[in-house]
Design a protein around this ligand. Structure first.
Ligand SMILES: [Zn+2]
Length: 277
């Protein structure tokens, strides 16, 4: 599932179409990605408009066109964006929305269709849904106080589960949540209520650091993160903790419905007890 860095990568995939005009719109009207918008409206209002700019926010995307038109949404589980040269391009089965510009075609592809397209004509202002998104973890609105209050409110929930809550951590997904717990040496099942105010500040710092690094590496050109991250080791056969001097075998287990990976030595229960006493 695309997380904030992958979403940022996909945003830029449509850049080759910037400043070009929409000549033709081709879409699959009954595709589930249009469940909350009108495909006819997209067709009618996008034709003849120029592609001006694009934005990403957590897992959400927004594309601005002339005429006050805004196309946005999210990629769900399997959505992806790409651009193709117009000449000779035939949309595939899962290319549910294709904007043919002057020289490039902008494609939204989504085999499983958990993604969602939104479309509004709202003038100079981005649509309401976009302006109501929670503060980004890399932004100013994501404060230590807000984070600590959130942990206190949800005191019985495992920290890993909370990190997936898009209302507080927009754009953080499964692998980033595991990476954050591993860097902090916290057991992923640790109840949020046990986190002290000082530790919440550590969490705040680590969330921002991992987000920044992911954007720099994956968001830029989909490079592999360095081997010093948990990321590269979580799916390997003889998956070993990459922390210097550790090398313990990583554990993978289900935690509240999500596969979770952690190091029993660095993030074990013993560490947990010592830290919370
Ligand atoms: Zn370890």
């Amino acid at each position: 599932m695309p997380e904030l860095a992958e979403v940022e990568f996909f945003r830029k995939e449509w850049n080759p179409g910037l400043d070009e005009e929409v000549v033709r719109v081709r879409l699959h009207e009954n595709a589930r990605i249009f469940r909350e918008t009108s495909p006819a409206l997209i067709r009618r209002r996008l034709r003849g408009q120029r592609f001006l700019s694009s934005f990403s926010h957590g897992k959400n995307l927004l594309f601005r066109f002339s005429g006050g038109a805004w196309l946005g949404g999210h990629l769900g589980m399997t959505g992806s964006l790409r651009s193709e040269p117009v000449v000779g391009f035939e949309p595939g089965k899962h290319d549910h929305l294709v904007l043919f510009l002057e020289t490039v075609a902008l494609v939204f592809c989504d085999p499983r269709m958990f993604g969602r397209i939104r479309f509004e004509v709202s003038g100079d202002q981005p649509p309401d849904w976009w302006r109501e998104l929670p503060p980004e973890v890399s932004g100013k609105g994501f404060t230590k106080d807000r984070l600590f209050a959130f942990l206190q409110r949800r005191g019985k929930t495992p920290i890993k589960t909370l990190l997936l809550d898009q209302a507080m951590f927009p754009g953080i997904g499964n692998w980033m949540a595991d990476e954050i717990c591993w860097r902090l040496r916290w057991h992923p099942a640790r109840p949020a209520g046990e986190v002290s105010e000082r530790e919440a500040a550590e969490l705040w710092k680590t969330v921002r650091l991992v987000a920044r690094q992911a954007l720099r590496v994956i968001g830029k050109d989909w490079s592999d993160p360095p081997d010093s991250w948990l990321f590269n080791h979580r799916w390997e056969k003889d998956h070993q903790c990459p922390r210097k001097g550790c090398g313990a075998e990583l554990v993978r287990a289900d935690l509240r419905g999500r596969t979770t990976c952690w190091c029993p030595r660095c993030q074990g229960e013993t560490t947990l007890r010592t830290e919370t006493r």
